[in-house]
Design a protein around this ligand. Structure first.
Ligand code: NAD
Length: 307
């Protein structure tokens, strides 16, 4: 049994921590939201009063937070604009392994990784793909940046939460790969919504159209595994009022990160820029807290269901 500290028990972190506890590890958890703590405790995790207590005595610590400012705030003690900011690196034993699975900007990942190394703590950036369903089923894809030896050391723990473990390259490379992936995800989700809305407006059934495109050249993950049309896929966020899942505001964050990366690389990303504008518009209309597949509602008639 390994003692694992886990900070950030939201839509993703909650089920990830639960899988580690289910595998028999002692998982000491902390989140700012009491209701998320309650769920993790019900799943067999050990409650900590604060982040420092959660990581105390742990050989492995994992963070799953919204953005770079939260990760820097937690580990480096920079002001995160909310309570919880403290220099937690100082609380970790030398040789501990820090796995940050949040999707954050490359500069923050490198900054925390370098500060960890300076204290003799191993660090990998380890963003994930696969959504809440993948986090719950333990089938996430982990995309790692860091030293190969640290990736190897993390594998037995990551394998309890994910099925596909990739080493993308040195520190920060996991985040770069994740940003490319999420830019593509935003593009095919918006495209899928657009195609479904067009077909339905012309009288097609969304389920029938999804089945046809799913077996044709338009098939993609958004259509097949995360269908944005309510009722087409029982377990998709679209069928529960776009609650849970991957919030639009987090997708807007990721698209902003991808745009920053494109600027740095002098790389043209016209489709990504358009997707960013679409999701931004959607968030500005008050939908930031809904799952990102709710982008479909931008394309539907005001009286949804009467297309
Ligand atoms: P979320 O908002 O549901 O969860 C984040 C949690 O972090 C919240 O419970 C919040 O209370 C907690 N938190 C914030 N600051 C904290 C602090 N200082 N100390 C303790 N807890 C703190 O977000 P999520 O959907 O779980 O996403 C987490 C990360 O994973 C994001 O970077 C996101 O982009 C990425 N991600 C999400 C999905 C998805 O489908 N939801 C998929 C892949 C990657």
């Amino acid at each position: 049994m390994t003692r694992i500290g886990f900070i950030g028990l939201g839509n993703m972190g909650g089920p990830m921590a639960a899988n580690l506890a289910r595998a028999g590890h002692g998982v000491q958890v902390f989140d700012l939201m009491p209701e998320n703590m309650d769920k993790a405790i019900a799943a067999g995790c050990i409650a900590a009063g604060d982040a420092r207590e959660a990581v105390s005595g742990c050989e492995v610590v994992i963070s799953m937070l919204p953005a770079g400012e939260h990760v820097r705030g937690l580990w480096l003690g920079e002001s995160a604009g909310e309570k919880g900011g403290q220099d937690l690196l100082a609380a970790l034993p030398v040789g501990a392994l820090l796995i940050d699975s949040s999707t954050i900007d490359v500069a923050s990942a490198r900054q925390v990784g370098k500060a960890a190394k300076a204290r003799g703590i191993r660090f990998i950036d380890a963003p994930v793909s696969g959504g809440v369903a993948g986090a719950t089923a333990g089938t996430l894809t982990f995309i790692i940046g860091g030293e190969p030896a640290d990736f190897e050391a993390a594998k037995p723990i990551l394998a309890l939460m994910g099925q596909n473990l990739f080493h993308a390259g040195p520190l920060g490379a996991g985040q770069i790969a994740k940003m490319c992936n999420n830019m593509l995800l935003a593009i095919h989700m918006a495209g899928t919504a657009e195609a479904l809305a067009l077909g339905v407006k012309e009288g097609l059934d969304p389920g029938v159209l999804s089945t046809i495109m799913g077996k044709s050249s338009g098939n993609n993950w958004s259509l097949e595994r995360y269908n944005p049309w309510p009722g087409v896929m029982e377990n998709a966020p679209a069928s529960r009022g776009y609650q849970g899942g991957f919030m639009t505001r987090l997708m807007v964050k990721d698209l902003g990160l991808a745009m920053g990366l494109a600027e740095h690389a002098h790389s043209a990303v016209p489709m990504g820029a358009l997707a960013r504008n679409l999701f931004n518009l959607h968030a500005q209309q008050g939908q930031g807290g809904l799952d990102f597949s709710s982008i479909l509602t931008l394309y539907r008639s005001k009286e949804a269901g009467k297309e």
